[in-house]
Design a protein around this ligand. Structure first.
Ligand code: HMG
Ligand code: MG
Length: 304
């Protein structure tokens, strides 16, 4: 059976943009329920500046509680976002075994998101990678604004490919291609991934689609057809980037699982549990969650 890897980013990309601050215990319950629903690859938080993203300031506490909880499993991939050496040192202190660095394809977004140019961000990654090697920590890479930028508009595919290659050469095991503001459409996804897979092995590429314009599922399918087998999703479709105006949530985990189930592509996730979890999370977030499948669940079998 064909399969895809789903990376659940709700605890990081999902929560980072929310006004409601879940407590560490609530986050831990969310994580436990995600694990019960079959999640094995997830982002647990970020070691970024607490001034810039207060929502992520509880990451170390959450990691500590997760490690001593009954659902901890060393085979799971539990990653944290780190922008620089300071973040990496905090990650090491917290005992993480996987981190994700993140760069942008737009100079303006890079400045707004991490307060430096693209080149400077790559300079900052050097000590992160060196520490990762020393401590045997896996490093994933994100590239933001791979299709368009909220400040600069359309981004040249040539530039995206060059930066993706640069990131891959740095030593990340996977480059996740981000449609940060959810503006990409199928045509662009096809052309970009067709070119990217000539530069980087397809098994080392992932898709990270926000769903602002309702194109994320179509874009995932387009990327899947080209051989991409890893996708980032967020329970309920929570999320967005605080420094990308207009960006709404990530594609919802439930919607993606529903689509792949229908295609007989294994995700390892249990849709009914995800829908239950959506119903549990919604009142905590104080607003309705954008996921479509999360709202209505799967089609009930017809009564005979
Ligand atoms: P800065 O202000 O330029 O940092 O921020 P600085 O080096 O000048 O240091 C200023 C203060 O921050 C110092 O503290 C540092 O110690 C501290 P002070 O001496 O004043 O007390 N500091 C830190 N504290 C904790 N953790 C750190 C850290 N680094 C410095 N790692 C910085 C630069 C990168 C830190 C800041 O801009 C930042 O934290 N940005 C993060 C923004 C962010 O998290 N955005 C959302 C995630 S990206 C995203 O969502 C896109 C993605 O989903 C893919 C997609 O959708 O495209 C991944
Ligand atoms: Mg994102």
């Amino acid at each position: 059976m064909k399969s895809v890897k789903i990376v659940e980013v709700g605890l990081r990309d999902g929560l980072q943009n929310e006004t409601t601050m879940l407590s560490v215990d609530q986050r831990l319950v969310l994580l436990k329920k995600l694990i019960e629903a079959g999640v094995t690859h997830f982002e647990i938080g970020a070691f970024v500046s607490p001034e810039w993203v207060p929502q992520m300031s509880v990451t170390a506490d959450l990691i500590g509680k997760y490690y001593s909880s009954s659902v901890y499993n060393k085979k799971f991939s539990a990653s944290v976002l780190v922008p620089n050496e300071k973040g990496m040192r905090l990650a090491i202190e917290a005992g993480v075994k996987e981190v994700a660095i993140f760069a942008s394809c737009s100079e303006t977004f890079s400045k707004k998101n991490i307060n430096c140019t693209i080149d400077e961000s790559f300079e900052r990654f050097k000590p992160v990678i060196a520490l990762a090697k020393k401590h045997k920590i896996k490093v994933r890479g994100y590239l933001s604004t791979c299709f368009s930028c909220p400040f600069e508009g359309a981004i040249s595919q040539k530039k995206v490919i060059a930066i993706a290659r640069r990131m891959f050469k740095l030593g990340v095991y996977e480059v996740s291609i981000g449609d940060t503001i959810g503006a990409a459409h199928v045509g662009e996804v096809r052309t970009l991934f067709s070119k990217l897979k000539k530069a980087i092995p397809i098994k080392n590429l992932a898709g990270h689609f926000h769903d602002t314009r309702g194109q994320a599922l179509a874009n995932i399918l387009a990327a899947y057809d080209l051989g991409v087998r890893t996708f980032d999703t967020s329970l309920g479709g929570l999320g967005g980037c605080p420094y990308a105006p207009g960006a709404s949530g990530n594609v919802a985990t439930e919607d993606v699982v529903y689509m792949f189930e229908g295609m007989k592509v294994k995700t390892g996730l249990k849709l009914d549990k995800l829908v239950e979890l959506n119903q549990w999370l919604q009142p905590l977030m104080n607003h309705s969650l954008p996921s479509k499948v999360g709202r209505v669940g799967r089609l009930k079998p017809l009564k005979k």
